[in-house]
Design a protein around this ligand. Sequence first.
Ligand code: SF4
Length: 400
Amino acid sequence: MNLLHKLEILADAAKYDASCASSGTEKRDSRGRKGGVGSTEGMGICHAYAPDGRCISLLKILLTNACIYDCAYCINRRSSNVRRARFTVDEVVKLTLGFYRRNCIEGLFLSSGIINNPDYTMEQVVGVARSLREVHGFRGYIHLKTIPDADPLLMAEAGKYADRLSINIELPTEPGLARLAPEKSTRDIKRSMARIRLRIDEAQAEKKAPRFAPAGQSTQVIVGADESSDLDIMRMSTNLYGAYGLRRVYYSAFSPIPDASAALPPRAAPLLREHRLYQADWLLRFYGFGVEELATNDAGNMRLDIDPKLAWALAHRALFPIDVNTAPKEMLFRIPGLGVKTAGRLLQVRRYRRLRLDDLARLRLPIAKLMPFVCTADHHPGATLDASHVRAKAMQFELI
Ligand code: SF4
């Protein structure tokens, strides 16, 4: 099989992994080393969005799609009837450098099926990163998918070369993972996350410590492959952010795969559910919302027709309109259409004068969207929110 043919198979097989956005890394020459090729900054075959909104491109491939595990939801599982391919370490290095020099990518996202055992696979993955960094002086971005059961020493080496490490938690609950991926264990996954966090914290605390995954760690969870509710998923994410310091939890809506196991749902999960979870994730991390506030229906799920912030506002109509001249910051964060940054700017401006609609317009805020929810010095929408009107507007503009 030639290299191009392998690339076709192994780039396609990697598309199911959502956890490949780069963010928050530092320059590879920030500790004084000069020379080499590449940079972790700027633009670059897979487009991903970092939390700061920056669009980056990575060569996103698997080392192999032949896996000895049999996770029911995975197209690369042992029992799957797909074409298999495997790169050598040198082939991945050659491809990465080739694409980089042609300015097609900014870095590499490398994952792999389990080849003989977790340690052997991890050695191969680390071998790619080591060769890129030490032999070729590659300074671009590297994101390595790590294998929870691999030797901690290999994990430590991976962190030395990678900007970001990730371990997929896969499913929101332990019983769900045990049912659909019996060779994996939530406990092992979390233990590896804890080890990575420890090393990241040590590297950050001590200036002279060797660098370790400066862009942190991330994970991916599959949404809709089991019965987990949005509440289960948000609780899991909150725990991962808090206990393991994850930079991002990525949500990937389940889509049926060929020759799927009967344990899986026959239909794809709605992409809108994935989208709502991303919105909720943001609200939980930056807007002060609690998990229980967002999962609004009896089954612990969010509404799909409107975004979670608007759903919360409509469920708490008595709190609106909110006076932007007097409300505390925490309440400004609750106004649909007002973001954290713009709320901060309102707080600054109102120190000097009472805010009017013109001031909101000058700050380029979406006036038509905000009007039902706010009072200004010259605007008082009345005490009752017209829910159907607000909802219609929201459907038009997709507020958050
Ligand atoms: S270990 Fe990874 S590649 Fe292998 S079957 Fe499970 S999810 Fe797929």
